[in-house]
Structure formats: C-alpha cells, structure tokens
Design a binder for this molecule. Structure first.
Ligand code: ADP
Length: 500
C-alpha cells in the first residue's frame, strides 16, 4: 500500500471518527434541549399553580375578612344585647323598662329605629310604649296604620311569631306595609309575652338600604324581645309582692295596734282586779284579826272559864281564822307580785339548811302519816342569792302539797342538783298523781284538779300560782311530771346568776 493510500485511509478514518463525534455531540445537544424544554414546561406549570394559589390566597383572605367582619358584627351584637339585657333587667319599674333601649345601643346593632307596641287586651288597641329614631310626624300615621292592620299584629302575638324583612314565610304585602309604615328597608318584629302584664311587639329596623338584616340580627331582636317580656313579668311580680308586703305590713301594724290596745285593757283590768283583791283582803284582815284576837282572849280563860264545848268551838274559830288569814295573805301576795309591787329581798343562803328547816317543820305530821321524808343534796352545792322567805314559801307549798296528796306509807323526796344553767330542785312524791289534761292548768289561780280526793283535801288553788310567781321573779322555771297512781314531781330551777 502506498503512502498516499495510507494517507487516504487515515483521512477517511479521521472523517468517520469526526462524523461519529459530531453525531454524538449533536445527539447530546438535542437531549439537553429536550431536558431544558421539560424544565421550562415544569416551571411554567409551577408558575401556573402558584398563580392559582395566589388567587386562592387572595380569595381566602377576602372571605376571611368577610368572616371577621361578620364575627365582629356578631360580637358587637351580642355585647350590645348583653348591655341592653342588663339595663332592662336592672329596673323593676314597668314604666322604666323601655326607656333603657337607648339609640346609641340600637345603632351598635346597625339599626336606627325601634318601637315597642303594647297590646291592651281590654280595649283591643296597640299603644306605643317606646319609639326610637322616629320623628313626631311619624307617630300618628304609625298609630293609625296600627289600628287598621291590627289583625296582623295581633296574630304575631297570639301565635308567638317573629317576622323580619328576610323571613321566607312572610306575606309580601304585610312586609311592604311594614316597610312603608315604619319607613325602613329592613326590619325585625318580635313579640314580648310576659305571663303577667301587657304583651306586645318589639320592632327594630333600618332605613339605610345598605344595611341588610340577617338571621343573626333576627335572633338578637328575638332574644331582646324575650328579655323585655321577662323584665315586664318580673316588674309585675315585684309590684304584686310589694303590694302584698305593704298589705301585710298594714295588717300587722293594725293588728299590733289592736293587740296593744287589748293588752292595755287587760293590764288595766288586771290592775283593777289586783287593787280590788288588795283592798278586799286588807278589809278582811282587820275583822279577822279581831275575831282571832277575841277567840284567843276567850280561850285564855281571862274572861272566865269557858265550857268544854264552847272551848272546842272557839278552837275551831281560831283554826279557821288562821286558815282565812293565810288565804287572805296569799291573795295579797299574789296581787302584790302581779302588780310588780313585790320586791325580792335577796341575800346569800344555803339551800340545804332551808330544806332541813322545812323537813323539821313538817316532821311530826310526816311521822304521824307514816310518810318517809328524805333529801338528796350534793355536798358542794353553792349558796344561792335569793329571797330567803319567798323560796321557803315555795318549798313549804310544794312539800305541803306532796304531803296532802300522798297516802300513808308513801315517800316524799327532795333532790337538788346543779345543771348547765343553774340549780334544779325536785320535790317528788308517791301520791295520787295528776291527770295529764290538768297539768297545764295547775299554775292558774284558784284552779283545783277535779278529782275525788279534793273533796276531802282542803285548798284554795292559790299555792302553785304563787310558787310560779315567786320562781319566775327569780328568773327560774317551774316544771311538773306526774303519773296518775304513781306520784308527782314538781321541779323548780334557779338560774346560775342566783348562786354564788
Ligand atoms: P291547793 O293545794 O290549795 O288546792 P295548789 O295551787 O297548791 O292549790 O294546787 C292546785 C291543785 O294541784 C291541787 O288542787 C291538786 O289537785 C293538785 N296538786 C298539787 N300538788 C299535787 C301533788 N303533789 N299531787 C297531786 N296533786 C297535786
């Protein structure tokens, strides 16, 4: 092979290699271009998506703003409603309730007109109880339109129905009538229905055509009307309660006056009775003392020896005179205590010594009747600060009664013990007992139980009345427990203040 041929071959080879390299380059270039195109496509797609999203964001933003506005409106509405409700319910004066609906509060609800129409069921008319945002000229025409369209309005009350300019069910003619009548473009009318007092309608509206009432506004006005109804009801109930209270107070005052007159009268009569008893007792005491004196002189044989029979009679005169003197003295004492003329002569003394003294005094009689008398007194008993002679009378009366009503062989026991509030003394016997129905009458003057034994046992019915007076004068109490056939326990207390 020649050099030329070799050269030619080499050039040919180079050419082929070059063509291949060029082919490869071209191929690579077109692949890159395709990739670029895909990327551009992707980019455009992404840009479109971003554009869509941007539009969505703007739309969402607008909607959010709208929702925010709605929310703000609702919050303002609710806040205003709360303020109005609080203002309305702050008064219990019916005439004041509507005056609480102020124009500034209404405008917060986006409304500038409101009217309350009260229904007079007796006269069958509507009266304007409140008007906000209406001129004086509007009122008479509204009043006459109210009269002519009475049936429609009355139905709203009887059917408890609210209407608004957006109510789907609303009769168009009535809707237009309301718009013309109240000079508004949108409105809500809602009934207020107190159980007590006048029912009616609350109207609220706006004349600005840009203001469109929605369901939320309708709801707010309904709630407000409801609140008005509640407040009217409360006002009526308060009025009723107040009147009842006044009536009651007047009656109490009247009764108190009557009672105090009656009490004055009772006191006057009681005073007259006491005076009478005192006078009669004093008058009786003088001749009695003489009778007793003369009987004693005769009995002493100073005026000559008295025959046996006369002696016996004179002794009876003496004994009965003594009883009469005692009776008169008791009467005088009771009259004195009742009229507050008895003053206690208090001094400290020992109850045990007093009980011993009373026991000694009656020991002979007790022994004769075979009655066992005993006393149970604690050693550390404090001294009492009381009227010695009066408390002794209490003991004598109670022990004497126990003695009178206890049959031979029975027991009489005096028990003394301290209590939380003072000292209690019990005089217990095993006598005939007292029927239950007589217990609350025992301390009444001149009362004697209607039982057979009282035919034989003498008495005046004054002893226990006196015991009660004396104990109560010492701020104590008298109590009785009894069982017929088993015995009786009379107790009296002396408050702590009486002992040292
Ligand atoms: P008086 O003994 O003079 O009748 P009181 O006022 O002392 O009057 O007593 C009123 C009545 O209470 C007595 O008539 C008697 O029926 C009844 N009474 C009082 N003490 C006893 C007692 N210890 N047991 C039974 N009855 C009694």
């Amino acid at each position: 092979m020649s050099d030329l041929q070799l050269l030619m071959n080499a050039v040919g080879m180079l050419g082929i290699a070059g063509s291949i390299a060029l082919g490869i380059w071209a191929f690579m270039k077109s692949a890159e271009a395709k990739q670029l195109q895909v990327s551009v496509e992707n980019l455009r797609h992404t840009l479109d998506e971003m554009d869509e999203q941007a539009k969505l964001v703007v739309r969402t933003d607008i909607e959010l703003n709208k929702a925010q506005e709605e929310l703000d409106k609702k919050i303002t509405g609710l806040y205003t409603l709360q303020t109005l409700s609080r203002a309305i319910s702050s008064t219990l004066d019916e005439s004041q309730i509507f005056s609480k609906i102020e124009p500034s509060l209404l405008s917060n609800l986006g409304l500038e007109k409101a009217m309350a129409l009260s229904w007079d069921a007796t006269l069958r008319t509507f009266n304007i109880s409140m008007a906000v945002g209406f001129s004086d000229v509007d009122i008479p025409s509204i009043q006459s339109l109210l009269e002519s369209g009475k049936g429609h309005f009355e139905r709203l009350i009887s059917e408890d129905q609210s209407f608004s300019s957006i109510s789907a069910s609303l009769d168009q003619e009535f809707r237009n009538t309301l718009c013309v009548m109240f000079k508004v473009t949108s409105f809500v009318i809602s009934p207020f229905l107190p159980k007590e007092g006048k029912k009616g309608l609350l109207f609220a509206g706006a004349s600005d055509p840009d203001i469109v009432i929605n369901e939320g506004d309708e709801e707010l006005i309904k709630i407000l009307a409801n609140q008005i109804g509640q407040s009217l009801e409360n006002a009526r109930l308060f009025e009723k309660t107040w009147q009842a209270h006044q009536e009651l107070e007047n009656r109490v005052e009247q009764r108190t006056k009557e009672l105090s007159h009656a009490l004055e009268e009772v006191n006057r009569i009681s005073q007259r009775k006491n005076d009478f008893v005192s006078n009669v007792s004093h008058e009786l005491r003088t001749p009695l003392t003489s009778i007793k004196g003369y009987a004693s002189i005769l009995l002493s044989n100073k005026l000559g020896v008295i025959p046996e029979e006369a002696h016996k009679r004179l002794e009876k005169i003496n004994k009965h005179s003594d009883e009469l003197v005692q009776f008169v003295n008791e009467l005088l004492d009771i009259a004195r205590i009742e009229s507050g003329r008895m003053t206690l002569k208090t001094a400290p003394f020992n109850l045990k010594s007093m009980i011993d003294e009373v026991g000694d005094m009656l020991s002979v009689q007790m022994a004769q009747k075979q009655i066992v008398f005993s006393a149970e007194i604690p050693d550390n008993l404090p001294e009492v600060m009381a009227d010695y002679s009066q408390i002794k009378r209490v003991f004598i009366n109670l022990v004497n009664n126990a003695f009178k009503y206890t049959p031979s062989g029975g027991k009489i026991t005096i028990r003394v013990h301290t209590t939380d509030t003072g000292i209690q003394v019990d005089v217990a016997d095993t006598g005939c007992g007292i029927p239950e129905d007589a217990l609350d009458k025992l301390f009444t003057e001149f009362y004697r139980v209607d039982i057979a034994i009282n035919q034989e046992v003498k008495g005046t019915g004054l002893g226990l009345a006196m015991v009660k007076h004396i104990v109560e004068a010492h701020k104590g109490k008298v109590l009785v427990k009894s069982k017929v056939g088993f015995g009786t326990t009379f107790s009296f207390t002396l408050p702590k203040s009486t002992y040292l």
